[in-house]
Design a protein around this ligand. Structure first.
Ligand code: GTP
Ligand code: MG
Length: 414
């Protein structure tokens, strides 16, 4: 059934994207197998057992490992050269190579997508090596920053970023823009607002990709984080507006999640979801300067008591509420000091490493969900039956449960 093989190729590749970071005792045969294949491409090591794909059998045609092996051997000489050039440039810390590599992971082009995965596997292997040299601890610190539109996120990142590069850090800033998924437009004009940081040679700013679903944008952000770390950026800041689901997606890809809140009236704060306050490791009340100091203090007190009522997320850290002003710089070093103490506490308790491991699983499942749903919606049988069934469900002529069963049956019958 060649058509299934073709359909499964990107699917299996997506699932296996992160496979090589799994422990060697991991027992999903496909994951282990592709991991081996990818490693073999770059290191020439490892032989793999040839098992069949656990769900879909390709025995009639050939095993998946052979198919993927072919896929990798198909890399042409120019493709090999491109990947080598990108990899060497990237780990050498060249910004142009990093930018080009991120463009590659953002691409919709099927072949380039495959090349991106090969590059990513290699960067992951390099990063794992660095981590093991660092006593198994992550070498970079990932911080997610979210808050309502206009909360002062970009201004805060600009000031903190400048301070950090001044202290010898290499800082990268990535944006997850929920508006890019629906309108193709940009809700956050980030690059323009970080004028100084964007000129800093030790900073790398990457605005959000301008198209795709939230799933797609978050996938590429996860991958861009890996690439930034490979390029030697030891602080990765991810900005997102507190609209839609993007802030939850960001909370699932960082070591520390920071909520920025402006000293505004009650109505504006209504929009902040309770669920996201629960995820915050730190709340920063922004714009604490001039006339805004008094409301900023009030908001700080309100959030401090609100946080006390929430369930603790971590054994080694209690979420805190601090005030800062990006305009005067007041409170900025203190905010970073809090972030560092969070990182130190979480690293020494091992919680940070545990969180990253759990995030790998979340990441894997979100890829699976995205891919499976895509396959489902594009399945000829489903596409044929869907309009009719949807119409009947809307009319109440068929129960949603029955319609779902029928569609799933259509999907699995061929
Ligand atoms: N008074 C004062 N104003 C600030 C401060 N930080 C930011 N602002 C102002 O708040 C407005 C929004 O700032 P941004 O940094 O762009 O906010 P943002 O949260 O990144 O905005 P979006 O990305 O559009 O959601 C701008 O007009 C800033 O000048 C501050 O510390 N004090
Ligand atoms: Mg912004």
């Amino acid at each position: 059934m060649p058509h299934i093989y073709i359909k499964m190729s990107p699917f299996s590749l997506s699932i296996l994207r992160y496979a090589s970071s799994l422990p060697t005792s991991f027992t999903v045969p496909t994951a282990t197998r592709t991991c081996c294949l990818h490693r073999r491409v770059f290191t020439g090591s490892h032989t793999c057992s040839k098992k069949t794909f656990p769900i879909y059998s390709f025995q009639q045609r050939r095993g998946v490992s052979t198919a993927l092996n072919e896929h990798i051997q198909e890399l042409s000489a120019p493709e090999q050269r491109l990947l080598n050039k990108l990899y060497e440039g990237l780990i050498g810390g060249q910004r142009a190579s990093l930018a080009e590599s991120i463009t590659l992971v953002e691409t919709q082009h099927p072949r380039k997508k495959e090349l991106a995965q090969v590059l990513l596997q290699r960067v992951l292997a390099y990063r794992r090596e660095q981590e093991s040299q660092n006593g198994g601890k992550p070498v970079a610190f990932r911080v997610g920053l979210s808050g309502p539109p206009g909360a002062g996120k970009s201004s805060f990142i600009e000031v903190v970023g400048k301070m950090l590069t001044g202290r010898g850090h290499k800082v990268s800033v990535l944006a997850v823009d929920p508006s890019s998924c629906t309108t193709g437009g940009s809700l956050m004009g980030d690059k323009t607002r970080m004028t100084e940081l964007s000129r800093d040679m030790n900073a790398f700013i990457r605005p959000s990709p301008t198209s795709g679903t939230l799933g797609g944008v978050t996938r590429t952000t996860n991958e861009a984080i890996v690439l930034c770390e490979g390029a030697g950026y030891d602080v990765v800041l991810v900005e997102t507006v507190g609209v839609g689901q993007s802030e939850f997606a960001v909370a699932d890809m960082v070591d520390m999640f920071v909520l920025l809140i402006p000293p505004a009236g009650g109505d504006e704060l209504q929009g902040i979801k309770r669920g996201i306050i629960e995820r915050a490791d730190l709340v920063v009340v922004t714009k604490s300067d001039g006339d805004l100091v008094v409301p900023a203090r009030r908001i700080q007190a309100e959030y401090t008591s609100a946080l006390k009522l929430l369930r603790r997320q971590s054994k080694s850290w209690n979420p805190k509420v601090v005030r800062a002003s990006s305009h005067t710089g007041e409170g900025i070093p203190e905010v970073w000091a809090k972030m560092e103490s969070y990182r130190d506490a979480m690293l020494s308790s091992g919680e940070l490493q545990g969180r990253r491991r759990a995030q790998h699983k979340v990441w894997m499942w979100s890829l699976i969900q995205e891919n499976v749903l895509c396959h489902f919606q594009n399945h000829p049988g489903v596409r044929e039956a869907l309009p009719h069934l949807e119409e009947r469900v809307t009319r109440g002529a068929v129960s949603p449960g029955l319609a779902a069963d029928l569609l799933l049956k259509a999907f699995s019958s061929s």
